[in-house]
Design a protein around this ligand. Structure first.
Ligand SMILES: Nc1ncnc2c1ncn2[C@@H]1O[C@H](COP(=O)(O)OP(=O)(O)OP(=O)(O)O)[C@@H](O)[C@H]1O
Ligand SMILES: [Mg+2]
Length: 157
């Protein structure tokens, strides 16, 4: 496991980070987003979608009622928000697991809700408030595929 810490100074910078990251992803990629409420998870997701499914970027919002949104693109993006779920039981019952190992890119906000269902190979992004509009984003990889993504990302920043 290796890691990278990035401070962004504005929503635009967080979105830009997402769009660079998006360009490094491939079918089956899984991003686990966790941390502070309002930390910038949806903002970063908008950037990833801008890379992979640009025609859907305007649709990316914190899903209020929807737990999952699908954005068709060069690689489909499945965007989950598990804030309102209690954990694995809900997630299994709703049948989301089948998307986790499919051909799309999965982005899960509130990935804290996943316990046993968390895939073993993931890129985890932790969002924390810092002074003013700053956000500290700590990215850790688990699995060789994501070690490479992290190295590439670090080279692009
Ligand atoms: N550096 C920054 N990066 C991202 N968002 C920022 C930053 N500075 C300020 N913001 C503001 O913080 C908010 C982040 O909202 P966003 O919906 O992306 O967070 P979230 O982590 O998805 O929230 P939730 O936990 O409710 O899902 C926005 O209002 C955005 O304008
Ligand atoms: Mg959100």
């Amino acid at each position: 496991m290796s890691g990278l810490q990035i401070t962004t100074n504005s929503p635009g910078e967080t979105e830009q980070l997402g769009s660079i990251l998006g360009s490094l992803l491939s079918p089956g990629s899984f991003l686990a987003l966790r941390g502070d409420l309002g930390g910038g998870k949806t903002c970063l997701t908008r950037g990833v979608v801008a890379s992979l499914a640009p025609q859907s970027t305007h649709l990316v919002a914190s899903p209020t009622y929807a737990i999952m949104n699908c954005y068709p693109g060069s690689i489909p993006v499945y965007h989950f928000d598990f804030y309102r779920l209690t954990g694995d039981d809900d997630i299994a019952e709703l049948g989301f697991e089948e998307f986790f190992y499919g051909d799309g890119v999965c982005i899960v906000e509130w990935s804290e809700r996943l316990v046993e269902l968390m895939p073993s190979d993931v890129l985890t992004l932790l969002f924390e408030y810092s002074e003013g509009d700053r956000r500290l984003i700590t990215i850790t990889s688990s699995g060789q595929k994501y070690d490479v993504v992290l190295e590439q990302l670090s080279g692009r920043l």
